[in-house]
Design a protein around this ligand. Sequence first.
Ligand code: ATP
Length: 503
Amino acid sequence: PAGSMEELVSLCKRRGFIFQGSEIYGGLQGFYDYGPLGVELKNNIKAAWWRSNVYERDDMEGLDASIIMHRMVLRHSGHEATFSDPMIDNKKNNKRYRLDHLLKDQKPDVQKKVAELMGEDADNFAALVAALNTRPTQASAAFKEAGVRDPFSGEVGEWTEPKPFNMMFKTTIGPVADEESYGYLRPETAQGIFTNFKNVVDSTSRRLPFGIAQIGKAFRNEITPRNFIFRVRELEQMEIEFFCAPGTDEEWHEHWLEKRLKWWEDQGVPRGKIEILDVPREDLAHYSKRTYDLMYDYPTLGHEEIEGIANRSDYDLGSHTKAQGELGLVAKVEENSDSIAKLTIPHPETNKPVVPFVIEPSAGVDRAMLAVLSEAFTKETLDNGNERIVLKLKPHLAPIKVAVIPLARNKEEITSVAKRIKAELQGLGLGRVLYEDSGNIGKAYRRHDEVGTPFCVTVDFDTVGKGEDTALVDTVTVRDRDTLAQERVKISDLGAWIQNKLR
Ligand code: ATP
């Protein structure tokens, strides 16, 4: 695995996985662009998720809802009121920080002092942040007295009182911008699933239990985006809302925890690197009955959330449904007189209409990229003493599956065979196969090691009958990324040989 975040950032830029967004104008904080190899890896991760969660199950449907949503959706989901983080300003240099991030950046003795002044335990970080948040005047005074430093300037700051900052991006819709014409960029993909619940049920005749899966962009105006693509303002999520009868929810929650851990393992992120955090009751979001956070051990950052698996009870559909009073909801919901749909489904046993419970496994694509890249990153010392960097990606995730390399780039008899092999392999639907005639074979191998290409196929003089060994006519050399073994394979067998190895 990668030893540090810098190592990954550098590889990603050097080889074309990830670039800073709007870089030629100085960059835009919290936005990243996925380059030629990044887009392939990202697509492969999403395809693996979709295959496992939609195609390989018979109790799932897919969805692709729009990004901009009616303001009523985000009002009744609770996001207008509560989707906020506490922020605090340094009046000395007009810099703004997320309260918990600012506190994390302080030396341990300063953190201790703040906790002491607030009458809280420094070891219970969540409780301390909550206290700072709910007692803003005292918080401001404590920051001053403890000498909290500004992470940007390194100087002791002059702190305002913390106040909540809503993270949703708002936009106006249509030619007239007035009080009524705004909507939101969705802060999570989930709401598109809840608002389409009835459409999906009516069009597919689904019965409980079943789920809806969606992959797509979400937007959060993070106060302090940082740590490369770990915390960004434009992100992508892979979310499942799994609907089940009340009373079966706890069993399904455990089911999904297992399934998701297994999936991460299949992507090369082993269980041993993921801590399961059973979120303490007092830290749970208001809608959640219970939540497991999967905490992956990121390079440099340590254990941070890669996926949340929440039991959201009947809160979401209960919040978006009309006729709330008749439905015997378990969750505490705000009154809704705007919705025009009743979001119920027959109970599997009684057949009476019921608002189902929801289990939500919600994973970030960007954080998945980081984890997958980090686990695959390998530095090896070869027998000749040279160091090589190799991305030992699972083959199904590799951006390029096979590179076909003609040993001489201006010998037509060689290049034409190499091009034909590329076209044939491409036709097998393996993913991207690259014809690569950049020249130096050693450099090509090094580059393909660094981007995780499982196989390099070389066409040489022997292949085309111009070499010394006539037994090698119509064969190519296949080099294995991980073992470095080179094997001579008949061109006529090559497709099947590679398909077999990639399986
Ligand atoms: P955090 O506590 O790290 O801000 P969260 O608890 O707000 O995350 P959720 O709302 O549970 O995150 O979102 C589900 C998933 O979406 C997360 O597990 C993460 O993988 C991803 N995600 C959330 N916010 C971001 C972000 N700003 N940048 C990248 N990925 C994110």
